[in-house]
Design a protein around this ligand. Structure first.
Ligand code: GDG
Length: 467
């Protein structure tokens, strides 16, 4: 079997002697890399006015890393610009926030072209290439134009809307046509698969066959749902350890016996934070028994601070925190604790385990790993309750969560109340079903599922996994 070549926008090369980052793709690909070797290619995360035009190589724990730098102008046009100000809102159904600039769209293609040119000489004929996410859509077609014959797959981590939404993007047809250069296009959920099939059919005029797949000049492009997951067992262990850490004990003491509800995410307008804050205010208004009794901890790691809509969101959250605390606090109780930066992963795992309710209420989300981490982090004997937006991809595989529409503040408040007052038997039953599914379908199973289809080890028509 040839090497596995991963291409993702940002590549975090582990420091020498340190383990790879605890979360995300690094964990997912550990097994695949260790059995066959691999190359991970992408942007170093460094942008400067005059970047060196070279590929930097490193080898860590059996994995080769090859990274390139971006110019400041390329970073602004490609990353902050087209990828995060046009593609990201469009894919999350937020056409009102879509800011399109033709130069930035051109920059997106140029940066992908540069990735393709730098990657091409590093490839071997028997490599399998796996491209990740919306920053890299044209890459497969650009590699093919240079003669790449390898199997190339693309996984889309964020939602895939139907053509009625997608078509609003200038150049929508080109983006859809780019996807036809891949052998497999993977999305998170069956809902996304419906969107992808609709876009393929309407954006290209080609027939999508049952399977589903598109046939093109003797090649097959398979379209499939592969719900991403987490390293379930590792995360459960981490949470069980961290709940006894000094950080967790300090938090516990500060709660003085009150219940805690938790939210944690990047500060992003797709995550439904203002809506959640309003729902928490509605809980205090409509269910007086929780006044003085429940504390809401929101961890919101800063993200994309150079994009205007993210600055607006930060101000809105700060205002809402002030309003709710001004309206409801007592001298010895503050209802909302807002931590506006990332906390260490192990600390967060311990916090999840301490929280009676996990609030995961995005307006749209490809999957949402926080939902799965919250479930994995619970004490199976006395688990908390997951309140989950039906617009998160995770809802498709976690029907035992309490599902909500995040737009409905009072409806969400009622569900939070149900979660806070749920009996132990029901909590155990719901949690047990979700945990078992996450144990079976962890992130390793996700990566294997994708690679099995890409490398032809699984019939294309088998049903996608649920989790
Ligand atoms: C994209 C898609 C899809 C959050 N706050 C802190 C922290 N986190 C960690 C979480 C989780 C990760 O960040 C976030 O993953 P999500 O899946 O929730 O969200 P996105 O970043 O938007 O990811 C998403 C995902 O890709 C994978 O395909 O599920 O739908 O949007 O692991 O725990 N980690 C630390 N401190 C924090 O404060 N250490």
């Amino acid at each position: 079997m040839g090497r596995l070549v991963i291409v993702s926008n940002r590549v975090a090369v582990p420091k020498r002697g340190e383990p790879a980052a605890a979360g995300g793709l690094a964990v997912a690909l550990k097994d695949a890399f260790s059995s066959r070797g691999g190359l991970w290619f992408g942007w170093s995360g460094t942008a400067s006015p005059e970047p060196a035009d070279m590929v930097r190589h490193a080898r860590r724990a059996g994995v080769d890393y090859a990274v390139i730098d971006l110019s400041q102008a390329a970073y602004e046009g490609f990353y902050a610009g087209y990828a995060n100000s046009a593609l990201w809102p469009m894919f999350h159904f937020r056409l009102g926030l879509l800011s399109y600039d033709r130069d930035q769209a051109g920059c997106y293609r140029q940066v992908n072209q540069r990735y393709a040119e730098k990657l091409m000489p590093l490839l071997r004929p028997d490599d399998t290439i796996w491209v990740h996410d919306y920053q890299m859509i044209p890459l497969g077609a650009q590699l093919r134009a240079m003669g790449a014959k390898q199997r190339i797959g693309y996984f889309h981590h964020i939602p895939f809307p139907p053509w009625a939404v997608f078509a609003a993007m200038p150049g929508a047809e080109d983006l859809i046509r780019d996807l036809l250069s891949y052998d497999v296009v993977g999305v998170q959920t069956n809902r996304d698969l419906t969107g992808l099939i609709d876009c393929m059919a309407q954006g290209t005029g080609m027939k999508v066959r049952p399977g589903p797949e598109v046939r093109l000049r003797g090649r097959r492009v398979q379209l499939r749902a592969f719900p991403i997951s987490i390293a379930t067992e590792e995360f459960s262990d981490l949470a069980a350890r961290s709940v006894n850490s000094a950080d967790a004990k300090r938090l516990e003491a500060s709660l003085a016996g009150r219940a805690m509800v938790i939210g944690a995410e990047r500060l992003d307008y797709t995550k439904g934070l203002p809506e959640r804050f309003r729902a928490f205010a509605a809980l205090l208004e409509h269910f007086p028994e929780h006044r003085g009794q429940v504390t809401y901890l929101q961890v919101a790691a800063r993200s994309r601070e150079d994009v205007e809509s993210y600055k607006d969101l930060k101000r809105e959250i700060e205002t809402l925190t002030g309003q709710i605390n001004g309206d409801w606090s007592d001298a010895d109780w503050t209802p909302v604790r807002y931590v506006g930066r990332a906390v260490p992963r192990d600390t967060l795992a311990g916090y999840y385990r301490m929280a009676k309710v996990g609030l995961v209420t995005p307006l749209r989300d490809g999957m949402n790993l926080v939902a799965k981490e919250y479930v994995a982090a619970q004490d199976p004997e006395n688990p908390g309750v997951l309140v989950l937006s039906k617009f998160a991809g995770a809802a498709e595989g976690l029907p035992e969560a309490l599902l909500v529409n995040p737009i409905d503040a009072v409806g969400m408040a009622e569900t939070m109340h149900a979660a806070l007052t749920m009996g132990l038997d029901e909590r155990r039953e719901r949690h047990g079903a979700m945990l078992r599914r996450l144990q079976e379908h962890d992130v390793g199973a996700w990566a294997k599922g994708f690679l099995d289809v890409l490398e032809g080890r699984e019939p294309a028509n088998s049903a996608p996994e649920r989790a």
